[in-house]
Unconditional design. Structure first.
Length: 65
């Protein structure tokens, strides 16, 4: 299971037991979008090769509101 914790500067990730941080600039460069317009599904796709995407994608801007 993958866990994502969002804040204004990036995302704390736990993936297969490994904890790491994705900085905001890295996410923006990888998606070619503004940080608040990136969805949680897009972040999962950065982290995992074949993520299990369930539910509707949510924008980071909406998650942080």
């Amino acid at each position: 299971m993958t866990s994502l914790a969002f804040d204004d500067d990036g995302v704390d990730v736990v993936y297969e037991g490994t904890e790491f941080r994705l900085e905001r600039t890295l996410i923006e460069e990888a998606t070619e979008k503004g940080y608040y317009d990136v969805t949680d599904h897009e972040v999962l796709q950065i982290v995992a090769e074949h993520p299990e995407l369930t539910g509707e994608p949510r924008r980071i801007g909406d998650i942080l509101d």
